[in-house]
Write a protein that binds this ligand. Sequence first.
Ligand SMILES: [Cu+2]
Length: 291
Amino acid sequence: MSKTILAAALAAAVLLALPLEGSADSQHGGELLAAPEEGHHASHGGASPQVEGLAGAWAALMAGRDAIAGDVESGALGEIHTKAEPLPRLAAILLERSGGLDAGKRARVEGAAKQMARVAEALHVAADGGHAARTRKALSQLDGLLELIRTQYPVGALNEGSGGYGDHSNTRDSSPAAHAHRATPAGVVHVPPEAIVHVRALDTLRFEPRRIEVQAGIPTRIELENAGAAEHSLVVKTAGGDRDWVHIHVLPGASEAATYRLDTPGTYPVLCTIPGHTEAGMVGELVVLVR
Ligand SMILES: [Cu+2]
């Protein structure tokens, strides 16, 4: 990787970061979605969840999701109905607090917030009917919506104590804040990259290039560009397989990146973890070279 290319890429990233701050036209974001029906929730005795700010709304959504996932995992479907019910309202609250997003991203959050009602309904119908497999499927749809929502925000905007809007490049970091509902990929570091690797995800369910190389111990920015119309990810598991070493998820037409330092030389499988993609051959190789 030449230093010139690196410098140019970093300069571009800085330029891309600038427009974000001023893009808010948008104390009107909250009007896009009708106010939730409080009475409906009151009838189930549910108190309003305490949610403060954008991060609070997101945390409440994720807490709800995790509670449901725990029940799905243990097969205790009895309370999923109650747990799923606040989700659409929480998504509406999140949207109301998303005035800083540009119109396109806010529209995507709005769309996902609307679908949240349908998915919450599917969850509770499946759970009430005792259909574990259908409940699981609805949960994965919920996860898809949450992921879609998450990726509309700059890094940190959904996490408390962070800088919020305006301090990010347009190519968002898939680092810890961005993957708040997952474990942080083990290889992520927060230092300036010394090299860049660019990978394209194609709708032919291929990575291009299929083989990527990084130098052991060198902080390397891994960029994943989605050139297709489907979601894709680039995931490398740790040697033990229990964690993601690298995990970048990217929506259609977007690019995502994070800086990784991978210290253990070797050749590791790369997977796209979007359902069906690995099976269809969307795999590759990550080679960590000895320095
Ligand atoms: Cu894929």
